[in-house]
Design a protein around this ligand. Structure first.
Ligand code: ANZ
Ligand code: ZN
Length: 819
């Protein structure tokens, strides 16, 4: 509540002392439960989410602070804009680093996790983030992972979870399975031994069934283009054909997958993946030794991909295949640039038109036959020619081109069942088990008679047993396998004793549905209250790191779709709008790392300049999405901005009049409204740095004025509040208010005033008007030229011409002179 009229009060502090202010306001926000979101929906909702942290032993990172400050600014801004805002946080706390530290220190992972969470919570509260702490979730809390397990069982029942034997990364020296993150350049992270592949039974999730849906869903999302592209490429849909070559001797089919059926007449050899099942049977006696040696070598190489830079190697099998287009015999080779896991595990090699095949053919002196020429053929084509073009040397198809040629070739072969249209995906099913202790137990029981039996819902959660030993077992099995009293359990469907599944879920599991839990974190009948889900979902704004642009976002979208298909959640996509943060890098321009010693600790920085200055600095250091190096002086500059703000308000507060009727100063009034517009637009568009610079420019002008009214001081403080909430609350109080400004109305723009002040400038090219620009008077010539060049009609008249000069009459006219 605001006190009426002109109120006098004492200024309690003459200089800005962040420490005093910060703890005062943080305590008040918590005590008053100020940021609790109401499920009653008094106003329109906004769900503002950031990626919850993994509470590592290292504590909060300045990179976290960048993400969470941004989402906090948006949440605070939207509250002031009148929205009912849900802004929660929690802990993504299962995972390997904690488990490894626990082993090293001899502390239970659960105990260590609790310590880390306490520290993270304190650090985050210290940064003044306006979370609704009543909704905190913790993925390692049995009451949370009960539902992670429950969702797994839905997947199981829907046929989307299954077991398969697939290779895991195995360190023969540590005798343990390794996560991909623990394999560095093909070697064990701990001991440097080359990692091998060891086949083991795994749980898999059939995400491939959702490949098309996950692709289509991208169309409706307001996400950064690079993230959409990454998701697109990861799913990697390829339309092509399966073409059936015939094994010369055995007469058996040998399918290959190609996206370039138009090049079929140029296929001069066939290549099989080293793991292709026919390699053994077709290899001729003369080639046995060479092939065996090659396969042995290839097996050692883990995790190669077909695009790898490594020089291509291969070996001839001695066998031949028949090209169905022309019945020519072509040699069959084995090479590790062909992956068993993609397409048919075999390719037709067309060295004239494919770079990899060309390199390979050159190395092994295999024939190269050109069958495609550029449409506008002039002289000889440089090989390999990988673009589309017109077919030659392809009897029956010469002269056709591109997609038409591909269709014609496939259609013709289809008649003799030698080809069919085929769609392939890069996306693989999700390996959903880890041979580790610190994860959600997979809630099934293996029974000799009944097979795999889901743990009945009433017995969920399957809690992790507290044990003394959770080191890897050395057999590749999870440490849980050694706990007999936990493992042996009655089969839920027959009287026998079964064995619990001892694999645990990967760290991704808990974060694949957490945004649903925040909606009703204490709800017990289901993972979320259906009625409240209707109110809050979907997430309106999601903010996080681009390291999660592929896997987390894909897994989260997958689970959401599955739950949606089961009629359990209202929407098919979880996150409407997503914004990715750019990295905060070290002062030396390198990635921050302990070993480099360039890690910046947010607590230390907050001690130096205060939390608000730290927040302002992290938002002002560059565009939100850009990677920017830390700069101590920049941070001190942010502090100076706050010192000056403090001085300004404190100086004017005792004398400032509160008069709505009278304009104090035209320059100030106009700039105020321009600033409101800029700060609002910038904040909505994640241009936090430009919002701050608008406030700084405003401050520069205000400092020169002998007196200021409340009509200027108040909006200034309100606009600063989402960015620097503690100092703003304090100044707001000094302006005579007794309540937090968190729910004060965001200052309104006087549109009429702005319209009157806007200038309209014609943009000419060689003296003829080709467009017009509207802007606030006084913006720089550079900015005007930049905006003018963006006008489509101006662009049209500039392209292909040489710019002679630009003539700019400020706020009046712009003319490009071109030749
Ligand atoms: C003949 C050909 C001629 C090809 C040409 C390309 C260019 P994307 O777009 O990624 O789907 N390929 C097929 N299966 C493969 C495997 N298991 N491992 C490695 N490479 C494989 O790529 C499809 C192309 O990649 C296919 O089309 C095939 O080479 C190769 F001028 O077939 B192509
Ligand atoms: Zn049974």
């Amino acid at each position: 509540m605001r006190l009426p009229g002109r109120v006098r009060y004492t200024v309690i502090m003459s200089t800005y002392d962040p420490k005093l202010i910060e703890s005062k306001w943080q305590k008040r926000w918590l005590d008053e439960n100020l940021f609790a979101a109401s499920d009653q929906m008094p106003r329109k909702k906004m769900y503002v989410l950031d990626m919850f942290p993994y509470p590592s032993g290292d504590g909060l990172h300045v990179g976290h602070v960048k993400i969470y400050t941004a989402s906090d600014i948006v949440a605070r801004y939207l509250r002031m804009k009148g929205f009912n805002v849900l802004h929660p946080t929690g802990w993504d706390a299962f995972g390997l680093p904690t488990e490894n530290t626990a082993i090293k220190k001899g502390i239970q992972p659960a105990v260590l996790t609790a310590q880390n969470i306490t520290r993270f919570r304190e650090q985050m509260q210290r940064m003044g983030f306006s979370y609704d702490w009543n909704r905190e979730v913790n993925t390692t809390d049995p009451q949370y992972y009960k539902w992670t397990q429950w969702i797994f069982l839905q997947l199981f029942r829907m046929g989307l979870a299954y077991q398969a034997t697939i290779p895991i990364n195995w360190c023969p020296s540590c005798k343990t399975g390794l996560a991909n993150e623990e394999v560095i350049d093909g070697k064990c992270e701990r001991c440097g031994t080359p990692v091998e592949e060891k086949p083991m039974r795994q749980w898999m999730l059939r995400i491939t069934k959702y490949a098309d849906q996950l692709l289509e869903g991208l169309g409706g999302l307001d996400w950064p283009k690079f993230v959409l592209d990454l998701q697109h490429n990861w799913i990697g849909r390829s339309e092509g054909a399966e073409i059936i070559f015939t094994l010369d001797q055995a007469g058996k089919d040998l399918p290959v997958f190609t996206t370039r059926a138009d090049t079929l007449f140029g296929a001069t050899y066939v290549v099989l993946s080293p793991n292709h099942p026919v390699v053994g049977e077709i290899t001729t006696p003369e080639q046995q030794d060479a092939v065996q040696a090659y396969l042995k070598e290839a097996q050692k190489q883990v995790q190669l991909n077909s695009e790898s830079e490594k020089e291509k190697t291969g070996v001839f099998t001695g066998a031949y295949a028949i090209n169905p287009a022309n019945n020519k015999k072509v040699p069959i080779w084995v090479a590790d640039y062909v992956l068993m896991s993609y397409g048919a595990g075999a390719i037709m090699a067309v060295p004239a038109h494919d770079v990899r095949d060309f390199e390979f053919a050159t190395k092994y002196k295999l024939p190269v036959e050109q069958v495609i020429v550029p449409e506008t053929a002039a002289g000889e084509t440089h090989l390999p020619y990988v673009e589309e073009g017109i077919l030659i040397n392809s009897p029956g198809f010469d002269g056709l081109g591109g997609a038409e040629a591909r269709k014609a070739v496939v259609r013709k072969l289809q008649l003799s069942k030698k080809a069919k249209v085929s769609v392939q995906y890069k996306l693989r099913d999700w390996v959903f088990s880890r041979q580790r202790y610190w994860g959600e137990p997979i809630p099934v029981i293996h029974c000799e008679k009944c097979g795999v039996v889901p743990v009945p819902e009433k017995d969920l959660p399957v809690e992790l047993p507290a044990v003394d030993k959770y080191e890897p077992t050395g057999t590749g099995e999870s440490p849980l396998a050694a706990i007999e009293e936990w493992v042996n359990v009655k089969c839920p469907t027959c009287p026998r004793i079964g064995r619990r599944e001892t694999n645990t879920m990967p760290q991704w599991a808990g974060s694949s549905w957490y945004w649903l839990r925040y909606v009703s974190p204490n709800y017990t009948p289901a993972f979320a209250d259906p009625a409240i889900m209707q109110k809050w979902l979907p997430v309106d704004i999601y903010v996080g790191g681009s390291e999660h642009a592929v896997l987390h976002l894909l897994y989260a979208r997958f689970w959401q779709r599955v739950l949606h298909d089961a009629n359990l959640v209202p929407h098919s996509e979880p996150f409407k709008r997503f914004r990715a943060v750019g990295l905060v890098i070290g002062e030396d321009g390198q990635k921050m790392s302990k070993s480099r010693g360039n890690v910046i600790n947010p607590d230390e920085m907050a001690d130096k300049v205060g939390v608000d200055a730290l927040r302002i600095y992290e938002m002002f250091m560059g565009p939100f999405e850009a990677s920017v190096a830390w700069n101590i002086n920049g941070m001190k500059g942010s502090r100076r901005f706050l010192d000056r703000t403090w001085d300004l308000i404190v100086k004017h507060a005792p004398t400032a009049v509160d008069r709505k009727d009278q304009v104090e100063d035209e320059e100030v009034e106009l700039l105020l409204h321009q600033t409101i517009r800029r700060v609002s637009e910038s904040t909505e568009n994640f241009k936090f740095n430009t919002a701050i610079s608008s406030l700084m420019e405003f401050l520069n002008v205000l400092e020169k004025k002998p007196s200021l009214t409340m009509q200027t001081l108040q909006p200034f403080v309100l606009m600063l509040a989402p960015y620097a909430p503690h100092i703003s609350e304090e100044l707001w109080e000094q302006l005579g208010h007794t309540q937090s400004l968190a729910y004060e109305a965001w200052p309104a723009v006087n549109q009429k005033l702005l319209a009157r002040a806007t200038v309209t400038v014609p943009v000419q090219v060689n003296g003829r008007v080709r467009g017009e620009l509207q802007f606030d008077p006084g913006i720089s010539e550079e900015e005007v030229i930049k905006r003018a060049r963006e006008l489509p009609n101006v662009q049209k008249h500039l392209t292909g011409k040489a710019l002679v000069k630009t003539v700019y009459v400020p706020d009046r006219l712009l003319n490009f002179v071109v030749k």
